[in-house]
Design a protein around this ligand. Sequence first.
Ligand SMILES: [Zn+2]
Length: 230
Amino acid sequence: MADLLFVAIFLAGFGVLFWYVVAAPRSQVLGKTLVCGPPDSGKIALTFDDGPGEATPLILDILKKAGIRATFFLCGQNVERFPIYARRIAEEGHEIGNHTYSHPRFLWKTPGRIAWEIERAQNVIAHHTGRQPKLFRPPYGIRWFGLFPILNRNQMRVIMWSVNSKDWRSPAPRIVSRVLRGVTPGAIILLHDGVPPHQSGDRNGTVEAVGEIVGTLGERYRFVPVSEMR
Ligand SMILES: [Zn+2]
């Protein structure tokens, strides 16, 4: 009986540790990951994942009006669906990162599949925007064996986040309060302007929240693209 309990505790502990290694935003075990910028800079970064999508032009309008540049981690498949929005992101001076072609979980994926996802997205983004992303954000935040050598080969680095807005499952007021509560100097804020390929939903809550976040935090911080954090 005591043996069984020991095994159960060992397995549970191993599970928690394993999940930390591959999925915790702060984990540096599999490779170097940027979570936030220097705390003394007075800068923060808005980052938008899974786009482009129907909400992208609305978010671009808000950013343009506020004179703010952000970072967009694009899915290759969504760039093919909304090439005009992808081009607009680039033309308006925002930073573009790679968020894979089809948004898979990397868990248990082979290095070959991971490389295909990253390099195909890289080609699609370059074709439609003229940019070669240097930043990468893994879908669901999951890093896996073989990922970092592929990124090194493409001279790309992983950007995670310090504030998770959970905007894909929250109404605007909850998104705003989560971001305002979590923000610190150097914060990298996770938001979504699109929906992953083959999934459904809308980003109306995000659009509403971004207007308020930008208005409130603009008085205290300077918004910069992630690569201008340092
Ligand atoms: Zn995503």
